[in-house]
Design a protein around this ligand. Structure first.
Ligand SMILES: [Zn+2]
Length: 248
């Protein structure tokens, strides 16, 4: 059991940040977010960092020099993993974005309920974090906020939820090709700022892009996820003078 737990962590965001971490953490109680920084020396950025995520987005400044993010997403195979904190969709190579002149390859995407990034204090019902990595190892996360709308199931979620691994450590292969572009809103206006991973080890230096437009999911889709992950959201973090910029 211990081996599989460590293996699961090694496959998660921790490996993207190059950190080796084994301390158990959770979203409530003694191992919850307020104590993450004390659970393991490798997690100290969670409490000492000055550019932590998620944040409340308000007071954004227009930066006309910001370019639209170029999305080059393709349909491909997806493996789902329940890592005990969320479900992670690991995608086959080939999908990437270009942002600020840098190419970042899509590595995985995953979900939080309720959403993590707030807009003027308001959280969405869920958020999908699309995690990208450049050749130099820089991380860029695209966040899409999802709101419940009974009439509008999301097609990508419909495909994924059919193959949901329900227990910690479980993995499932999605039998149909999935295009992560189905998780992007029509309007690509965004806010951008520097932040961190929102889970231990809370590594900083992550470029965040949060879409202004929300996407719909159905009540059933939301309930299905919430039944497995009741609350997997880190509380809002201090801005500490960071600038939030908007592209439009
Ligand atoms: Zn996340």
């Amino acid at each position: 059991m211990r081996f599989s737990f460590v293996a699961v962590l090694a496959l998660g965001l921790s490996s993207l940040a190059g950190a080796q971490s084994t301390a158990h953490w959770s979203y409530e109680g003694k191992t919850g977010p307020l104590n993450w920084g004390k659970l393991d020396p490798a997690y100290k950025t969670c409490s000492e960092g000055r550019e932590q995520s998620p944040i409340d987005i308000r007071g954004a400044r227009l930066n006309k020099a910001l370019q639209p993010i170029e999305f080059h997403y393709i349909a491909g195979g997806v493996n789902l993993e329940n890592n005990g904190h969320t479900v992670v969709a690991e995608v086959n190579p080939g999908s990437y974005i270009v942002a600020g002149g840098v190419r970042y390859d899509l590595v995985q995407f995953h979900f939080h309920h309720p959403g993590e990034e707030a807009v003027k204090g308001k959280l969405s019902d869920m958020v999908v974090h699309l995690v990208h990595k450049s050749a130099e190892g820089k991380l860029a996360v695209v966040a899409v906020r999802l709101m419940e709308d009974q009439g509008s199931p999301n097609a990508v979620l419909a495909a994924l939820w059919q193959h949901m691994p329900k227990t910690e450590g479980a993995r499932e292969k999605v039998t149909e090709f999935v295009n992560p572009g189905g998780l992007l809103p029509a309007d690509r206006g965004y806010w951008t700022f520097m932040g961190s991973l929102t889970t231990p080890p809370c590594t900083e230096g992550v470029r965040w892009f949060v879409f202004e437009q929300e996407l719909s999911l159905s009540r059933d889709q939301l309930r299905y996820f919430a039944a497995l992950f009741k609350m997997n959201t880190r509380p809002l973090q201090e801005l500490h003078g960071r600038r939030i910029e908007a592209d439009e």
